[in-house]
Ligand binder design. Structure first.
Ligand code: NAI
Ligand code: MG
Length: 404
């Protein structure tokens, strides 16, 4: 069996708590791997002026697979003020290292599964037609384009003359032509056909592999004709090769309205960067929120897996820790899927499912109580107890390498 090397990047705050927990679960499944530590996050910004040191980039380029905890980010000015004295005023500018990694390695596809676990008290419920309570099981996988769209950072306040001139060639710019520069802010939304094509193909392929019956393109092509339109166009072409899978289109605004009406009807949902960011959080909210939401950042060569939550600084120092490790553990299961270790990945998801359904062990978020040191007295499990329960629920028979 080949031993894989994983770059473990705990980052900041609770990232340092949940990542080692996920590694314990991976080990308990018998996944044979080595971990190399990757420096990333606030400490390296403060001491080196770089939250994403080159040595971490080199490790990822070499080993290709990363597990990431979370980082702390702060607005530019506050970041600059926290630089170590020797680095202050030397022109260092803070950039989010996870956004940096997505761009550097062209991690253009983010996959965000949003699946209800039976018995999760955080599951979405609604009132049925006859007045009874319904708890629809959601099984949605959001594909978010991760590198383009409105988040590319091509933007200006007071755009330079040549940019203004270029905009003035567009008839729809007419109402803005006399706006003074300092009063004019422009953020551009850029889509490219190859990136649209790639995510569409990956989404349909995923739907087929995992048995989803539909792929929904969730954009706004009636208004944002060029960019949303390009994604739609590519989807309609690719869909032709997948007669077994239905192609649906929804508008992002309507989709958020329908979200609570019939979330169980959706399968794979595909969006550009910003709408994907929004709709994946919206669906995650139906299945448990931050304690359960995991995502991947997948490029052609490198892939990084992470929980959606941040560093939750207010819980970082609590001893024992009370945060929910499930999001990070589900992220590590996604990593196993990516590495072809499907059976091991499934074993983790079903162990999580058993623990949630059993209901004996629940972190504070699952009890719907405010976090803090007092939650353990109220019956909340610690981070470690949750992980232990998941490990306990794993199948006892060894799993062969490589999956199915
Ligand atoms: P956050 O996700 O860190 O925490 C928000 C709240 O959600 C927490 O206070 C806690 O109540 C709850 N929460 C989060 N994770 C949880 C878990 N595993 N179990 C139980 N409860 C959990 O978001 P916030 O407070 O907006 O940001 C804190 C820092 O994290 C900021 O510096 C922010 O920039 C950064 N951040 C980093 C992200 C990343 O590394 N990908 C993503 C989001 C925020
Ligand atoms: Mg988000």
């Amino acid at each position: 069996m080949t031993v894989r090397t994983i770059v473990a990047m705990p980052g900041d705050g609770i990232g340092r708590i949940v990542l080692p927990e996920a590694m314990r679960v991976l080990e308990a499944t018998g996944f044979d791997s080595e971990y190399v530590h990757g420096d990333i996050g606030w400490e390296f910004w403060c001491n080196e002026g770089n939250a994403l040191p080159q040595r971490t980039i080199d490790l990822l380029a070499e080993h290709k697979t990363g597990l990431f905890g979370a980082i702390t980010s702060k607005p530019k000015d506050r970041a600059a003020a926290e630089l170590s004295p020797g680095l202050q005023g030397k022109g260092y500018v803070y950039y989010s290292p996870i956004v940096g990694l997505r761009q550097l390695f062209d991690l253009d596809i983010s996959i965000r599964p949003c699946r209800s676990f039976q018995g999760n008290p955080l599951n979405f419920v609604r009132k049925g037609a006859s007045g009874g309570i319904e708890e629809p099981m959601v099984d949605v996988v959001v594909f978010r384009q991760n590198t383009e769209g409105l988040y590319v950072g091509v933007e200006w306040t007071d755009p330079p003359d040549e940019v203004r001139k270029a905009f003035e060639t567009h008839p729809k710019f007419e109402p803005f032509k006399d706006v003074p520069g300092p009063d004019l802010a422009i953020s551009t939304r850029i889509f490219t056909r190859p990136a649209c094509r790639r995510i569409v193909e990956e989404a349909f392929e995923y739907a087929r592999r995992y048995g989803y019956r539909s792929v929904t393109i969730c954009e706004k092509p009636n208004v944002i004709r060029e960019t949303s339109g390009m994604l739609e166009q590519e989807a309609s072409e690719v869909a032709g090769q997948y007669p077994d899978i239905e192609r649906w289109s929804t508008n992002i605004d309507a989709q958020t309205m329908w979200l609570t009406k019939n979330p169980e009807d959706y399968g794979v949902v595909l969006s550009g960067n910003m709408f994907g960011d929004i709709i994946s959080d919206a669906f995650a909210g139906l299945v448990g929120g931050l304690g359960f939401a995991a995502s991947s950042n997948v490029g052609r060569e490198v892939a990084i897996f992470e929980p959606t939550h941040g560093s939750a600084p207010k819980y970082a120092e609590l001893e024992p820790s009370i945060v929910n490790p499930i999001a990070m553990i589900l992220a590590s299961a996604m990593m196993l899927d990516h590495l072809g270790e499907t059976e091991r990945a499934d074993s983790i998801r079903s162990a999580v499912g058993k623990v949630v359904a059993d209901g004996e062990i629940r972190t504070y978020d699952m009890m719907k109580i405010p976090g803090g040191p007092g939650v353990i007295e109220k019956g909340a499990a610690t981070t470690r107890q949750m992980t232990d329960a998941i490990i306990e629920a794993l199948p006892s028979a060894p799993i062969a390498a490589g999956g199915r």
